[in-house]
Design a protein around this ligand. Structure first.
Ligand code: AKG
Length: 290
């Protein structure tokens, strides 16, 4: 459970780190599952429903950048999204009725794991109210050279930045970079098994992993059950099947928050890495994979 101080910190800063969210046995089980899934990427020659591949991936030298929506494909993750420690933490921040929005596992391989340009998750999935957040579980110890997520404190209470380029959504902020206090960015470093929490409106990004150790980060996105996605609900039964705590509702709560719709859709479909190909401005540098 979170302390009142942690809850206050999250609501003021828009992020929080919680150590030891998974115990060593749970962490070992998570790693085992992930390693099994990654081994399957050797069969893939292009992006699939499960694998998003780094540039330079080959069958002989598999390079996985992301495991997409693991809760949709694997029973282990379908259960993990309901982990009692996670849902108790969420309840302290967004109330007793909670729905999973999505999941992903970003693998930042040693030496070349790709950066993620600055963005706000809210630009991808605006809802009727902003009780929306993501938790991240570190699978590996993560220090600054591993490319941790970087958060701009308090940005969840500010504006929603433009995430469009050439008239289409591109999943990265494309202007006004000189108005952002990047020097105030906080790195969410920590030990394996730690959990980060960030508000959907918090501006964040991460640099390339230039270290000799991989950085794997499992992300689960959640919303209060009465925060409904403005892009709509296509399958109501499936929508409600993602309730991880409490009860669904047909009464969305509507609260003002700045919104820009992620439309027209990104030219480069797929993961955030693909969407961000169209971003005109890059903040994070990259070195080619060896
Ligand atoms: O993996 C990272 O460092 C950033 C993750 C992120 O912000 C995202 O995938 O939306």
């Amino acid at each position: 459970m979170l302390t009142p101080e942690q809850v206050d910190f999250y609501s003021e800063q828009g992020y929080l780190m919680v150590p030891d969210a998974l115990n060593p046995v749970e962490l070992a089980e998570l790693r085992r599952n992930v390693e099994g899934i990654v081994a399957g990427a050797a069969e893939a020659t292009q992006h699939t429903d499960i694998y998003d591949l780094e540039d330079g991936h080959t069958r002989d030298s598999p390079k996985v950048r992301r495991i997409k929506t693991p809760h949709k494909h694997f029973d282990y993750f379908r259960e993990l999204v309901r982990h009692p420690g996670i849902t108790a933490t969420l309840a302290a921040l967004i109330g007793p009725n909670i729905r999973l929005h999505g999941s992903k596992l970003n693998m930042k391989s040693a030496g070349y794991g790709a950066p993620v340009e600055w963005h706000q998750d809210w630009a991808f999935y605006p809802h009727t109210n902003d009780d929306v957040l993501a938790i991240g579980i570190l699978l590996d110890d993560c220090d600054i050279e591993n490319g941790p997520m970087l958060m701009i404190p308090g940005s969840h209470r500010g504006r929603l930045h433009d995430h469009h380029a050439d008239g289409a959504f591109c999943g990265a902020i494309t202007g006004e970079l000189n108005q952002i206090a990047f020097d105030k960015a906080v790195a969410l470093t920590g030990k394996a098994g730690s959990m980060s929490i960030h508000h959907a409106r918090t501006l964040h990004g991460s640099a390339q992993n230039t270290s000799t150790k991989q950085r794997r980060l499992l992300l689960f996105e959640y919303a209060a059950a009465d925060a409904w996605p403005l892009m709509g609900v296509t399958d109501f039964a499936e929508f409600n099947s993602r309730i991880v705590l409490g009860n669904p509702t047909v009464e969305p709560r509507i609260r003002p928050a700045p919104v820009r719709m992620p439309l027209p859709p990104a030219r480069d479909q797929g993961s955030i890495y693909e969407n961000q190909r169209a971003a005109k401005v890059r903040y994070f540098g990259t070195q080619a994979a060896e």
